[in-house]
Design a protein around this ligand. Structure first.
Ligand code: NAD
Length: 355
């Protein structure tokens, strides 16, 4: 069988650190195993080369969300042998999922593989913004020492209202991790209501109207997949309903937020800070406004490249999960239901929008 993996170049870092499994160099750690089973394994960079490979006859395609190979309807039409796409990680919006349904191509993710990694990053982002960490550190590197310039925009998380858009695996874990911070309230906005005991365990209250939800939050964190119902959800109109000076953290997907509207809201002070690791196109262009946008006090930017879900611990888990999905596929075994996003010609998850 022909298996194609679209990975990114790790260069020297990947040579020196074999646990960087998601790279072209380290091949998810499955190259020898696939060869021993007689499969042809092609590892390709996210580049024109992959289109060429793709238009041939791979039956299995593996991609990652971190430096994604965008799998469009047009490409699926060319890939006559393609039966299954595996996302080594969580979040398959780089694949045209409606086209996968139409072409009866299965789409699976390694569900849960990096949800703790992301939840920890979200908590870090929230603290980084609320406590005004980045400008404070930059001041130290510059050789300066002017405490008041930092303290004038630094707060405690205690007593604040924190809300998550999406209370699935990551959103839930974020609120769970915030319990000891004694926030004033934990809110969530999700069409899937949590069972009461699960709500109580994380002290969360559901708000069904999104404008009402954002108007009550000091901190909003986005933890829903990107789909028709979330693309551009946080736009100029919704940002105007946020509490003035709120903080927004988005490690879900860049395209859930309108790029220019977020940059403008930060510039005006409507948002006090924006942090996350996801961008509407990845890699983000050098002149992407989110790289350098600032609040009126010159801070409030906590952006990084997409790495929250690809710590070395997470890479071990999603590489092992990819192998197990492949094993099930080769042996004709049932897949773990939680991993299936698109089954044989039908959506298999309720997380990518209400259908
Ligand atoms: P999940 O399926 O466990 O939870 C998603 C939740 O979002 C579900 O409860 C769903 O009902 C809810 N939801 C869907 N549409 C919604 C909407 N319109 N409004 C409100 N809620 C909505 O998924 P998860 O494991 O928590 O991951 C969530 C997303 O996080 C992924 O789809 C991916 O895009 C992103 N992610 C990012 C990274 C990273 O490295 N930055 C890593 C993993 C996942």
């Amino acid at each position: 069988m022909k298996v194609l993996a679209i990975l990114y170049n790790g260069f020297n870092a990947a040579v020196k650190e074999p646990r960087l499994l998601g790279t072209v160099e380290n091949k998810l750690g499955i190259d020898k195993w696939l060869a021993s089973r007689g499969h042809e394994f092609i590892v390709s960079l996210v580049s024109f080369r992959w289109y060429l490979e793709f238009s041939f006859d791979a039956e299995v395609v593996i991609t990652t969300p971190f430096h994604p190979g965008y799998l469009t309807r047009e490409l699926m039409e060319k890939a006559k042998n393609l039966k299954i796409c595996i996302t080594a990680g969580v979040g398959s919006d780089h694949i045209d999922l409606n086209a996968a349904v139409d072409h009866k191509i299965q789409v699976l993710e390694v569900t849960g593989s990096n949800v703790v990694s992301v939840a920890e990053h979200v908590v870090m982002n929230i603290l980084t913004l609320v406590r005004n960490f980045v400008p404070a550190h930059e001041m130290i590197e510059r050789g300066d020492w002017q405490v008041s310039d930092i303290a004038r925009n630094a707060f405690d998380l205690e007593g604040k209202v924190v809300g998550t858009i999406g209370a699935g695996r990551i959103g839930y874990r974020v609120l769970q991790r915030l319990v000891p911070f004694d926030c004033k309230e934990h809110l969530y906005y999700d069409y899937a209501k949590l069972p009461v005991e699960r709500e109580q365990a994380i002290k969360a209250r559901r708000v069904e109207d999104i404008e009402e939800f954002v108007s009550q939050c000091d901190v909003v964190t986005v933890n829903a997949p990107l789909h028709e119902g979330t693309r551009g959800l946080i736009n100029e109109k919704l940002l105007s309903k946020f509490k003035p000076g709120a903080w927004l953290v988005n490690t879900a997907r860049g395209a859930i937020c309108d790029t220019d509207a977020v940059a403008a809201a930060l510039k005006s002070g409507q948002l006090r800070g924006y942090a996350g690791d996801v961008w509407n196109v990845q890699p983000a262009p050098k002149d992407h406004p989110w790289r350098t946008m600032k609040n009126p006090l010159g801070g409030g930017n906590g952006m990084t490249p997409h790495y929250s879900g690809t710590t070395l611990d997470a890479q071990a888990r999603y590489a092992a999960g990819t192998k197990s999905i492949l094993e099930n596929y080769f042996e004709g075994r049932e897949q773990e239901p939680a991993n299936v996003i698109v089954g044989h010609g039908a959506w298999a998850t309720k997380a990518y929008g209400q259908r």
